[in-house]
Design a protein around this ligand. Structure first.
Ligand code: FES
Length: 284
């Protein structure tokens, strides 16, 4: 486990908040029963929901990034679509008023929306606990993966059948047969590019096998799918798994590699990390 509270993030842009109504299909992960909890906000910065946060993520194994990439728990629905599990909603009392938070127990871990509140993601409309967004993963409109560019126009939902060849798939970089990946967006449909929540998705037999003997992976991955918030914890660039040609120079040909300053993350080594999540601007 790594503790680090020294992340250097850009200041929030105080940009326009766009908050839609109460949850629609975002309830795929289930909506929890409201329960009253008192939160001490005496030392909380302006906004809502930040603070010391423990999460599970891809281990940082090289470069200057202070910590790993937070994992987005995944499930595949009965129709074969890939969903990023959003924590359950519940109401808490803060300074005499009731607010909604996204937080749930998942295999003994506290999974909460705070995992993703850094690098400006804390300002994304989709990060608001009860934002009216679905939880399906949607293909990005451009991608570093040739197969995705050739077969998907962007905006479509990821379907398990798109990854049927995951055991044989090869990218120009790294070891063939480790898995098949895509670049996706989550809780972001209809939003401006600056408000997109970027996701790195991988389907790998390594994940499938590891989940057989790991309680956390058994609930946070599904049929070999694993996903991460694709925002580097160093200076917020967008890294990629087998997407950058110089990755082998940094022993990152089979890892998630950030080209900005050569940080490396291992998607097949999930660790517990702690950081200071940033509050969401506004009052939600
Ligand atoms: S290594 Fe610096 S932003 Fe990723």
């Amino acid at each position: 486990m790594t503790d680090n509270f020294d992340d250097k993030y850009p200041a929030d842009s105080s940009r326009r908040r766009f908050v839609r109504g109460v949850v629609g299909s975002a309830a795929l992960a289930g909506v929890g029963t409201a329960s009253a909890t008192i939160i001490d906000t005496a030392t909380t910065p302006p906004g809502f929901g930040g603070g010391p946060t423990t999460y599970r993520g891809a281990e940082q194994v090289g470069g200057p990034a202070p910590r790993g990439l937070p994992q987005i728990p995944i499930e595949v629905d009965d129709d074969g679509y890939v969903i990023g599990i959003w924590p359950e909603l519940r109401e808490v009392e803060v300074d005499g008023r009731t607010v909604v938070v996204a937080e749930m127990d998942l295999a003994g871990e506290t999974y909460e929306s705070l995992w993703f509140q850094y690098c400006g993601i804390q300002s994304a409309p989709g990060i608001v606990p009860d934002a009216d967004h679905d939880n399906f993963l949607h293909y990005t409109r451009s991608s570093n993966y040739d197969w995705q560019t050739e077969e998907k126009e962007g905006g479509e939902r990821l379907h398990i059948s798109d990854f049927d060849d995951y055991r044989d798939h090869a990218e120009p970089i790294g070891t063939p047969g480790l898995g098949k990946a895509a670049q996706a967006r989550w809780r972001s449909e209809g939003e401006a590019p600056r408000d997109v929540i970027p996701v790195q998705v991988i389907r790998s037999h390594l994940v499938e096998e590891a989940a057989e003997n790991d309680e956390w992976l058994s609930v946070s991955t599904d049929q070999g799918f694993i996903a991460f918030l694709n925002q580097c914890t160093h200076f917020c660039c967008v890294p990629g798994w087998k997407t950058y040609r110089d990755a082998p120079q940094f022993n990152a040909e089979d890892k998630i590699y950030c080209q900005c300053h050569q940080s490396v993350f291992d998607p097949f080594s999930i660790v517990t990390e702690t950081f200071f999540s940033l509050p969401r601007p506004g009052d939600r």
